[in-house]
Each structure stands twice: as structure tokens, then as C-alpha cells.
Design a protein. Structure first.
Length: 263
């Protein structure tokens, strides 16, 4: 089971777009341009690749990286449980995973740990399995699903940047009604490109979150996810992006008989 756990507070990658692979998944990390004032990296990432599924998470903390660190540490501890859940059929697996995440984040033990940290983090977690993509999002990270059929209709992202949501000291999951977004999307037939991104891809750079088609075109013109991730992070560096940016990308095969409208 190939896996990667990365904390920006441990490996900053200032002025240095860094890309590596975990199985067929590309992970890109960048701490920001020091000439623009970058001095720390509070992002984080987790990737686990199994034969039947891929699990990926990006986090974007602020004030300190403590909130990202406690979430990543707990993800590692809970991965055996998640692995067991994800061995089931996709519908059952995604529902069970969503319930497990909510139970964890709203538990007394996690609330106690979160109250002890300085700052909070956005969190985006995705699982691709059996022709479907599940996501669980708190905050302003984005997940893209890039495919020609979707692009023709102007769809590139599955969620939107949701502000004033975090996990940590200030916690939207600790509200009387937990605030987050989650969903499941059937992949389209053929190759689907999946991209998770923290907001450093857009902050203080020449690229904006509204430029989703430009991101689609970058992947559409290259068959190498690692190459595109490196190019996107290099673009942030050359634009003197101050914020850290983390990207996770892979190519997923969709079902040959994906849903089509009735004729």
C-alpha cells in the first residue's frame, strides 16, 4: 500500500516547487517565493494508493501548522479503519466514510485536541473508487474533475471555495449543525484527471480560481500529471506567489457506460 504523509512545517520547499509520486499519483508541494515574503509552509498532504482505490487529502492551515498536524496524525491512525470501510461497494463505502469522518471530527476527544492548537485548517479529502469520486470538504480547497464532456458544459470543479469554514481552534464542524460539503460524482468514460489544490495556487499569483479552463487545458495537452503539477507550481513561483501551494493529481478511468441523457 504505497502512501505519503507530508507536513509543510517539516519540509518547507520555499522557492522550490517539489513534485514526487505515490504510485500513479503526483504530489506537488511549494512553500512560496521568499522574495515576496514567504517564510513558512502550513500546508499538508496525505496520499494512500490501493489496487482498488486512491485516497488523497490536502490541508491549508493558518496562524500555525498545528491544526494540520493533528488532522494528519489522526488520519494515519484511522487509515486501517478507512481501509476496511473502502473495501466495500462504493455506495456503502462512501456513506460509511462520511459518517466516520463526522463522528471523528465531532468527538469529545478531537474537540479537546483542537481546542489546544493555535489556528485552524481547511481540509479536502477525496476517494476515487470503482468509477466514482467522493469528496469531503471543509473550507476553501478545490477538487477538479477534468474531462472533455464536462469541459464542454463548463464544469471543472466539484466543490467551491467555502470561506469561514475550518477544522481546529475555530471549527465549523463543531457547530450545532456541522458546516461542510460532501458529494459523490460518477466519472465519465475514458480518462478523467483529478486535481486537489490548496488556495496557494491562486493567491498572489497570475492564476485565479476562475481560470479553471486554463487548468483543464494544461492537463488536456499533456498526458503526464507530474509534468502539469510541476508547471503549475513553477508558474506560482515565477509570479512571486507568497502563499504555499499543494497539488495532488492523478488520472482515473471512468466507466464505459457512464450516464447519458435520454434521447
Amino acid at each position: 500500500m504505497p502512501s505519503i504523509r507530508w507536513l509543510g512545517s517539516e519540509l518547507l520547499y520555499l522557492d522550490e516547487p517539489h513534485v514526487e509520486r505515490c504510485g500513479d499519483v503526483a504530489i506537488g508541494c511549494y512553500g512560496g517565493n521568499t522574495s515576496a515574503g514567504a517564510e513558512r509552509n502550513e500546508d499538508a498532504a496525505v496520499v494512500v494508493v490501493e489496487e482498488a482505490w486512491r485516497f488523497a487529502a490536502v490541508l491549508d492551515a493558518h496562524v500555525t501548522a498545528e491544526s494540520a498536524a493533528i488532522v494528519v496524525g489522526e488520519l494515519e491512525l484511522r487509515m486501517p479503519e478507512f481501509t476496511h470501510l473502502l473495501d466495500g461497494p462504493p455506495g456503502e463505502a462512501f456513506e460509511a466514510l462520511r459518517a466516520s469522518l463526522l463522528q471523528w471530527f465531532t468527538s469529545t476527544a478531537f474537540r479537546r485536541a483542537a481546542d489546544g492548537v493555535s489556528g485552524e485548517t481547511a481540509l479536502l479529502l477525496c476517494v476515487e473508487k470503482a468509477g466514482f469520486l467522493f469528496w469531503f470538504s471543509v473550507g476553501d480547497c478545490l477538487v477538479y474533475l477534468l474531462h472533455p464532456e464536462l469541459a464542454a458544459l463548463g464544469q471543472f470543479t466539484l466543490n467551491q471555495r467555502s470561506f469561514y469554514e475550518w477544522v481546529g481552534k475555530q471549527d465549523s464542524l463543531a457547530l450545532e449543525a456541522p458546516a461542510f460539503s460532501s458529494g459523490v460524482k460518477q466519472l465519465r468514460g475514458g480518462n478523467n484527471r483529478v486535481l486537489l489544490a490548496t488556495d496557494g495556487l491562486f493567491e498572489d499569483s497570475g492564476l485565479r480560481s476562475s481560470d479553471a479552463r486554463a487548468i483543464y487545458e494544461a492537463f488536456a495537452t499533456s498526458g503526464d500529471d507530474e509534468q502539469v503539477v510541476k508547471a503549475l507550481l513553477t508558474g506560482v513561483h515565477e509570479a512571486r506567489g507568497r502563499d504555499s501551494a499543494t497539488l495532488i493529481a492523478w488520472t482515473a478511468e471512468g466507466p464505459p457506460q457512464a450516464l447519458q441523457p435520454s434521447r
